[in-house]
Design a protein around this ligand. Structure first.
Ligand SMILES: C[S@@+](CC[C@H](N)C(=O)[O-])C[C@H]1O[C@@H](n2cnc3c(N)ncnc32)[C@H](O)[C@@H]1O
Ligand SMILES: [Zn+2]
Length: 408
């Protein structure tokens, strides 16, 4: 026991996140040149920039626990230094058990140290296995988890199947994806290979990234006769994150598959439209606004990617929690609950103005003008310059021109 709790033999420091104190690699000690990405140079993974991601993970898990109203078991199969899993035990109420795991022995040693330091040894166990092996060993009904958080390097796809099988009925699956180049259409072939859907390099590619992952999750879950609901999602520059609850039953799987479809985008005039169904056949492929050829993305998930009531639950929990990013999260959740029912594919005002060769008006003024004209319009958590609206691209462009001209 004393051996496993030995302090790691590489440079470390203590940080605080939420109510937890954590021993983490001292990143400065591992950077040799300015271009080095410090978190992956250290012997154990730790990324301070992901604090917002972890704060939101704590809130989503708490909201989920409140919703199902019983004690929960949680698995974090790719745990790194254990910061996320320890926070689940320390910061979330109603957590009966946390199983953390990492293939890296030094990560396991650090995670064990953090479990000990935060005195959560009764709740938390740390394993040293391949993540898929661990998840598969929890596939039997009485061994499944209430919640699983997949936080890999790059794509979560290699772990989705075993994670779905290791989740209880009504369980919560959280996923991070950092492979933004495939998901945002820079490497479309890699996206098709991994996620089974074609990406589009549009201004709303972060939303499409969530929809491509959700689509992949839907088809994987459907094979096991499991359906899903996306309760929350968000993005940052280098990652997207998605929270889905699952529901057993062939009927539920069929219902989820009905949310699959395609996104059609005109790179000439910004027109976009969605097309439900498992095949885009039947559409002319022409832009209804300018007659250009439309680019097709998908198949992907066209259903909801934010659930208003879940956002409200998270918002309530924010008040009770100690979080480094509280103010930022309050803003995110206030916007998220408003955009839950808004149209797919936001407009990005900078991009429109670039194309129109116009100075950029404030997003607020564009939203207000759209509303005055009788359109639905709201901001989005996916882009600070983004606007969701049922107005056509031509109407949005026309109104932006007018705002700039009249200085409204
Ligand atoms: C992005 S890091 C996890 C970060 C952590 N969840 C956090 O919030 O700070 C991904 C981790 O997955 C581990 N890993 C990679 N492949 C694995 C596998 N096949 N099985 C288990 N762990 C694996 C790596 O060692 C690394 O620690
Ligand atoms: Zn067009």
């Amino acid at each position: 026991m004393t051996e496993t709790l030995a302090r790691p033999d590489f440079p470390t420091e203590i940080v605080t996140e939420g109510r937890a104190r954590l021993l983490v690699p001292k990143l400065r000690a591992f950077v040799r040149s300015p271009s080095d990405y410090a978190p992956s140079k250290a012997p154990v993974f730790y990324n301070p920039v992901m604090e917002l991601n972890r704060d939101i993970a704590v809130l989503a898990l708490q909201a989920y626990q409140r919703r199902i109203n019983h004690e929960i078991s949680v698995c974090e199969p790719l745990a790194g230094c254990g910061i996320r899993g320890v926070r689940f035990a320390v910061d979330v109420q109603g957590v009966r058990k946390v199983v953390m795991n990492d293939i890296n022995e030094k990560a396991v040693q650090t995670a064990l140290y953090n479990v000990h330091m935060n005195q959560v040894g009764k709740q938390v166990t740390v394993k040293n296995k391949d993540a898929n092996l661990l998840l598969s060993s929890h596939g039997a009904p009485h061994k499944r988890f209430d919640a699983i958080d997949l936080d890999p390097f790059g794509s979560p796809v290699p772990y989705i199947d075993s994670a779905v099988r290791a989740l209880r009925n009504h369980g919560l699956l959280a996923l991070t994806a950092t492979d933004m180049a495939p998901l945002c259409g820079v490497h479309p072939k890699a996206c098709i290979r991994k996620y089974g859907g074609k990406p589009l390099r549009t201004e709303y590619c972060h939303e499409l990234a969530v929809r491509l992952i959700a689509g992949c999750l839907t088809t994987v879950a459907a094979k096991h006769e499991i359906g899903l609901n996306i309760v929350f999602s968000h993005s940052a520059e280098h990652y997207v994150r998605l929270y889905a609850t699952i529901e057993y039953g062939a009927k539920m799987a069929d219902e989820s598959l009905r949310n699959m479809g395609y996104m059609l985008h005109c790179f000439k005039c910004f027109h976009r439209e969605s097309l439900a169904g498992l095949s885009p056949i039947g559409h002319s492929g022409k832009c209804s606004e300018c007659d250009s050829k439309l680019s097709i993305g998908g198949p992907l998930w066209l259903g909801k990617i934010l659930d208003e009531s879940f956002c409200r639950l998270m918002e309530e929990e924010t008040k009770q929690k100690q979080l480094g990013n509280k103010k930022k999260i309050e803003k995110i959740l206030a916007l998220a609950k408003n955009e839950a029912d808004a149209p797919i594919g936001y407009y990005v005002i900078d991009r429109l103005c670039d194309a129109l060769n116009l100075p950029v008006p404030s997003v607020k003024s564009v939203v207000e003008t759209l509303r005055k004209e009788g359109f639905q319009a709201c901001l989005t958590i996916f882009n600070p310059k983004g606007i969701r609206s049922n107005a056509s691209a031509a109407s949005v462009k026309g109104l932006v021109e007018e705002i700039v001209k009249t200085g409204r």
